[in-house]
Design a binder for this molecule. Structure first.
Ligand SMILES: Cc1cc2nc3c(=O)[nH]c(=O)nc-3n(C[C@H](O)[C@H](O)[C@H](O)COP(=O)(O)O)c2cc1C
Length: 194
């Protein structure tokens, strides 16, 4: 069975830290034979503050314009997600919520795992995101990678960046991936069965 996992980069601001953990995730996950990796950068899908004339939970893929359709189709193409989230004022970024609000059935019955960063490894942002995923009828996963200051600061300030600056988190990432692949496989079989 071919499985497609998608990293969603939540932060869109210039100079974001997000690019560093993404480089690590891509380094570790792009060459696997158990899934194909897609990296969805929300910068590539700039959308206004939510302005859909109908609720995407009702209009179900009847996209109001091409830009929303492009995002919806991209989300639709994945069997499972890794939300890469920063933490702004104890929450996840508004850019991520705005993008999620534009869709609905695209996420249904699919798992989402989390990689967060910040003073407490994005834990508060991730907890909030887990609540949001339930409304989408997703399966929010327990395993997460929390990138704390002890890893974040050296990665931020390194003269020469390397994905190996995150290697202390490799084991956690492997646990996350094993679990995500299990759920993505199980739910894909169930979705395909109707
Ligand atoms: C508006 C704002 C609010 C922040 N609030 C928090 C916070 O509540 N907790 C935290 O750990 N870090 C917080 N930070 C620091 C971020 O973890 C840090 O800036 C990080 O680089 C943001 O991710 P990004 O660069 O990928 O956008 C905040 C940063 C900004 C810009």
């Amino acid at each position: 069975m071919s499985l497609r996992l998608q990293i969603i980069i939540g932060s869109t601001r210039p100079g974001r830290f997000a690019d560093k953990p993404v480089a690590w995730l891509v380094d570790r996950l792009s060459d696997r034979d158990d899934f194909e990796l897609d990296v969805l950068d929300l910068r590539d899908h700039p959308l206004p503050l939510f302005d859909s004339p109908t609720s995407p939970a009702r209009s179900l893929r009847e996209y109001p314009n091409e830009a929303v359709a492009a995002l919806g189709k991209r989300f639709d193409s994945a069997d499972g997600y890794i939300a890469l989230t920063s933490e702004y004022n104890h929450g996840y970024p508004a850019s991520l919520k705005n993008a999620m609000d534009y869709v609905f059935p695209e996420f249904k019955r699919k798992p989402m795992a989390f990689v967060g960063y910040g003073n407490v490894g994005g834990a508060r942002a991730i907890e909030q995101l887990r609540l949001v995923t339930i409304e989408f009828e997703m399966a929010p996963l327990r395993h997460a990678v929390h990138i704390l200051g002890s890893v974040m600061l050296p990665a931020m300030t390194a003269e020469e960046f390397s994905p190996s600056l995150f290697e202390s988190l490799d084991e956690r990432l492997e646990m996350l991936i094993k679990d995500l692949v299990w759920w993505a496989t199980a739910l894909k079989i169930a979705r395909d069965a109707g």
